[in-house]
Ligand binder design. Structure first.
Ligand code: SAM
Length: 305
């Protein structure tokens, strides 16, 4: 029997069975719906578990947050302004933003995770928080009132980053600033790691791999500027900088990240892969000059025309 005859035989068998094809169709439909839902959920854990990881992450990104707001303050006086932290997570950016806009400024945190917001309300009692996403009216009203919309590590989690950015831009009021800070795993970072820690090169691609499994492009950062340009903003500033961490800090952050991804969805990061990643991390040396290059961070400052 040739391969084609075998295939034809099975096709005819299926054609003659009425129940199996409909069961198959039902199964495929259910599976694809589940897949779409899975893509819409955030990759990592929320609440208390997320706080420690996001606080570490904030610590090594504080410098570029302050730089971006300082850049805006060279154009307008940001003291007393309203800042909306969109996709605020556990609000770890809040203390720095508060000190930049002063006591008369207003900080509003928005996140579509109810768990995250409930956690934040207990953490920062004087802050105004809203649960929801950019498609909701209340959220849109708050976004439209902002002088500065701050978006960090949020675009990478969108299924349609261009639609997301277009929507935020269209909601912002004329003259408002949108500060976007997103990471990218680029080739230079890989070369840096390959030269210093060749056995750990696999870790450079973990985000790309996880993004792919979730149907997301975690390396969208370098496409943000060319895309925003098409929206014809009044001002568009783009800066990049590598985050290089002392090894103990990098290990703590990556260990938490890997464990959270695995705990949220083992089909995205399996037990076996988790063990392999942790093993690679444990072999990284911790000498004074040992640094881990985490990401190329993109800062895009947009002023709406
Ligand atoms: C990686 S965390 C970043 C948190 C925070 N921006 C920071 O830098 O620490 C991403 C957060 O964005 C939220 N998020 C993702 N997409 C969102 C959307 N479309 N609307 C509102 N929140 C969103 C998630 O729930 C999560 O808390």
């Amino acid at each position: 029997m040739t391969k084609n005859t075998i295939i034809k035989y099975f096709i005819n068998k299926i054609k003659n069975m009425k129940i199996i094809p409909s069961a198959l169709a039902f199964f495929c439909l259910t599976f694809s719906c589940l897949n779409v839902i899975a893509q819409d959920t955030y990759t990592l854990l929320e609440g208390k578990t997320a706080q420690e990881r996001l606080d570490i992450q904030n610590e090594f990104n504080r410098g570029i947050l302050i730089k971006a707001f300082t850049e805006v303050s060279s154009i307008i006086n940001i003291e007393g302004m309203t800042v909306v932290d969109f996709g605020c997570g556990t609000s770890s950016a809040y203390p720095d933003i508060r000190s930049l806009i002063g006591p008369s400024g207003k900080y509003i945190g928005i996140d579509n995770s109810e768990k995250q917001i409930e956690f934040n309300k207990a953490r920062f009692k004087d802050v105004n928080y809203i649960i929801g996403d950019e498609k909701e009216k209340t959220v849109q009203e708050v976004l439209a009132s902002a002088d500065i919309i701050y978006i960090r590590f949020v675009v990478m989690h969108q299924k349609n980053p261009k639609d997301f950015l277009q929507m935020i831009y269209s909601i912002a009021k004329p003259g408002a600033f949108i500060i976007i800070q997103e990471p990218e795993s680029d080739e230079e970072k890989k070369k840096f790691t390959a030269a210093k820690y060749p056995f750990a090169i696999e870790l450079c691609d973990f985000k790309t791999l996880i993004g792919k499994k979730r149907g997301l492009d975690y390396n969208f950062a370098s496409q943000i500027k060319p895309y925003i340009k098409t929206l014809r903003p009044k001002k568009l500033i783009h800066n990049t900088e590598y985050t290089e961490l002392p090894m103990p800090q990098a290990k703590a952050f990556l260990t938490k990240t890997f464990n959270e991804i695995h705990a949220k969805d083992p089909s995205v990061l399996s037990e076996e892969l988790l063990a392999r990643y942790i093993n690679i991390l444990s072999n990284l040396p911790e000498g004074e000059n040992d640094k881990w290059r985490l990401d190329l961070m993109h800062t895009i400052i947009v002023q709406k025309s």
